[in-house]
Design a protein around this ligand. Structure first.
Ligand code: AMP
Ligand code: MG
Length: 343
């Protein structure tokens, strides 16, 4: 039985009717779960403070973690930012629509609820046709963080969204599994030199090919010291965590297997690459192919959720080696609370 405060959530494919309904709900200030090419988003009208506040309630999101504003037409940016610097313009031209979020100085139109009081706003133009259609149908900019309960792995299917926040929002549009599977790359162009705050499918190298050298926020690969200020508030929170404790283990497959022989107990699972299963002495959950960033990103959050479904009590994860895998490594380090064993 549902409690009286719970609502039924409609879960539906993207059709002209469901997209129109989503647009209408958003205009009225309600929340909608929708697919993007990165992960599923929990969308609200970015211009309505009460709707934005509801996002924080539904997710249990910390009050100081600002939201990304999504647009479906580059020209809308002029309403949302104070200025659109040349570096941002070049990045938008090269990577939008797509998995890149750009932080700029906000205009007066953006409520402080979206930015948690900051003078900057994060903006993205997603490429998923359903996301574009819903934003266009709403006719307003859309604030949308990942559609998970804060702290849980981000949702990459409509079922993940349903399992986290079903009953709390009126509508979820099902677009199948997300292509990319990890959240957008976040870059700030406010300040002297642009700085990468969160790695994603658009890599540092790809960005540097367009605007020259950029900085990498130290929070991407290391834990912030107590009291140290995060340039991107999201980076200070525990994230992407299944219930079981996760530890990253760095070494060859043979060394990993030996490590498991002596360290596994009841309820231990290996998080490893496709094909590793046959070489390992404990049950295995796979996340893509060794050395292949896209397949790892695509599978990672589903794999972490699967660990919960299987009631895993302890997870040892193979370390994703390889330069282009920064996005996957960043998420895994966070889910492991930076616990890494070098073999
Ligand atoms: P999510 O939408 O849950 O994937 O999280 C959005 C990410 O963008 C978080 O890490 C936020 O801290 C970051 N972010 C959003 N707006 C800003 C901003 N104005 N300045 C810095 N980081 C931001
Ligand atoms: Mg998130």
């Amino acid at each position: 039985m549902h409690s009286p405060t719970e609502r039924e959530t409609i879960l539906t494919a993207a059709t002209p009717q469901s997209i129109e309904l989503a647009g209408q709900l958003l205009r009225e200030g309600q929340l909608v779960g929708l697919p993007t090419e990165t992960v599923y988003g929990l969308a609200a009208n970015a211009l309505l403070p009460e709707a934005v506040t509801e996002i924080f309630k539904v997710k249990g999101r910390p009050q100081d973690n600002p939201l990304i504003v999504h647009i479906a037409d580059v020209n809308d940016i002029y309403l949302l930012v104070e200025d659109f610097p040349e570096s941002a313009r070049k990045l938008a031209e090269r990577f939008w629509p797509g998995p890149l979020t750009i932080i700029m100085r906000k205009s007066g139109l953006i409520p402080s609820e979206v930015t948690c009081g900051q003078s900057t706003v994060a903006i993205r133009f997603p490429s998923h046709p359903t996301a574009i259609a819903v934003i266009s149908a709403a006719g307003v900019p859309i604030a949308a963080p990942s559609a998970n309960i804060s702290g849980r792995p981000s949702p990459t299917t409509a079922e993940h969204v349903m399992s986290d926040i079903g009953g709390k929002i009126p509508l979820i549009i099902d677009g199948g599994a997300c292509d990319i599977g990890v959240e957008s790359t976040v870059i700030t162009v406010v300040g002297e030199k642009p700085c990468l705050l969160r790695p994603g499918a658009v890599t540092k190298r790809q960005i540097e090919a367009v605007i020259g050298e950029i900085d990498l926020s130290p929070a991407v690969l290391s834990e912030l010291e107590r009291g140290e200020e995060a340039q991107s508030p999201g980076m200070k929170y525990r994230h992407y965590s299944p219930s079981a404790k996760v530890t990253l283990v760095r070494g060859s497959l043979a060394a990993f297997s030996e490590f498991l022989e002596s360290n596994a107990s009841d309820g231990t699972y290996a998080l490893a690459f496709e094909g590793d299963e046959t070489q390992l002495p404990v049950p295995c959950i796979t996340y893509g192919r060794e050395g292949d960033f896209s397949s790892q990103a695509h599978e990672l959050f589903s794999a972490l959720r699967k660990a919960d479904e299987l009631d895993a009590r302890r997870i040892f994860a193979r370390y994703p080696e390889g330069g282009e895998g920064l996005a996957v490594l960043n998420r895994l380090l966070r889910s492991a609370g930076f616990d890494v064993i070098e073999l």
